[in-house]
Design a protein around this ligand. Structure first.
Ligand SMILES: Nc1ncnc2c1ncn2[C@@H]1O[C@H](COP(=O)(O)OP(=O)(O)OP(=O)(O)O)[C@@H](O)[C@H]1O
Length: 337
């Protein structure tokens, strides 16, 4: 079965009047396989929207190859148009139309049976409000209407650019549940977002982009595992003495104001034994497992630094030196390569 989305070496620079060229994509690669809920992460200005717009034929690439369901794009788009739905720009609806009328018109225009309208309204949880005018909808309801419009064709792939943008926590949660439901129904989902905790909760795979290049890709857990340094946070009453004992045993210790970070052993029992033998009792011993946010900040080098103003468009930063790419794939037997 061909990949749902395959992008190789995609490059795009925008030429701005009297302001020179801005490189948005610089040899970007991406692979999305059927059934994945794939998170697409990157700082502001890293090239996410440009990638999606180029894939959908809205922007012309300078170079590189892209395919949707094995069909090269943009030329092959008509052949696969009925197989995917995408919300890449903020959708604009007529405020005076009801949600139901909006979807009915879109169904007619797309040659979709009108019975689909109620199905998608139910799917996105808008059925009770379907006969209200769109201008009375909250932002979250408008987002759902947009998702409903993309679902009319029963797509195999749904592409969502920042679906949680502007939503309150309840709205984000609803959007998350909606995406989970779609994934459970077998829809492949590609979702770009800044909300890393959300991505970590709903996505099984991830691609991280920085300055127009892929810097990490693979199953979320495998990408995180690549950043697991096998550290433990410990709290103990006599911190200085504890640090000396641990160091003397050949482990490494970093002291923080109210805790120590210990590395050099995979076995937490070793730490408690070392300290217990010297009459020191642990108040806390926690494995430090990386989360997507810390991995993202490390890979994209966008961690805020005290006293240093942050540049919000990543594409204007000087290229990071020593950037590494982590690509982790899992073969059919589940073995990592
Ligand atoms: N039409 C355009 N003309 C000129 N520059 C553009 C255009 N579209 C995008 N860019 C520039 O390309 C770079 C990448 O933009 P893009 O919108 O793809 O980033 P993004 O990762 O989606 O960012 P955000 O998370 O802020 O939406 C930015 O510097 C942006 O200003």
């Amino acid at each position: 079965m061909p990949a749902v989305i395959e992008i190789n070496g995609l490059s795009k620079a925008f030429t701005r009047f009297r302001r020179g060229r801005r490189v948005a994509l610089d040899g970007f690669d991406m692979l999305v396989e059927p059934g994945q809920v794939h998170g697409f992460l990157g700082p502001n200005g890293s090239g996410k929207t440009t990638t999606l717009r180029t894939l959908l034929g809205l922007v012309r690439a300078d170079s590189g190859r892209m395919a949707l369901f094995g069909q090269p794009t943009p030329h092959g788009l008509p052949a696969v148009a009925s197989r995917f739905g995408a919300i890449v720009e903020s959708p604009q609806f007529f405020g005076n139309f009801t949600g139901r009328r909006t979807l009915r018109l879109l169904a007619v225009a797309g040659g979709v049976p009108p019975t689909r309208v109620d199905e998608v309204l139910t799917q996105v949880g808008l059925r009770d409000r379907a006969d209200e005018r769109v201008k009375a909808y909250s932002l979250g309801m408008k987002q759902r209407l947009a998702v409903a419009s993309a679902l009319l064709k029963q797509p195999e792939l749904l592409i969502l650019d920042e679906p949680a943008n502007g939503l309150d926590p309840a709205g984000i949660r609803e959007m998350r549940d909606l995406m989970r439901g779609l994934a459970a129904a077998g829809v492949t989902v590609l979702v770009s977002s800044h909300i890393l905790a959300e991505i970590q909760q709903i996505c099984d795979h991830v691609t991280i982009i920085s300055r127009g290049r892929r810097v990490a890709a693979g199953p979320v857990e495998a990408v995180l595992a690549g950043f697991d340094h096998g550290e433990f946070r410990i709290r103990v009453a006599e911190q200085t003495r504890a640090a000396e004992i641990i160091q003397a045993a050949g482990l490494t210790v970093a002291a923080h104001p109210d805790h120590l970070v210990v590395a050099g052993t995979e076995d937490p029992a070793r730490i408690s034994q070392l300290l217990g033998e010297q009459g020191l009792w642990l108040r806390e011993l926690t494995p430090l497992t990386p989360d997507l946010e810390s991995v993202f900040l490390e890979l994209t080098d966008t961690r805020p630094r005290p006293g240093v103003p942050r540049q919000v468009d990543e594409s204007v930063l000087p290229a990071a030196t020593g950037a590494r790419e982590i690509t982790i794939s899992v073969d059919d037997e589940g073995a990592r390569s």
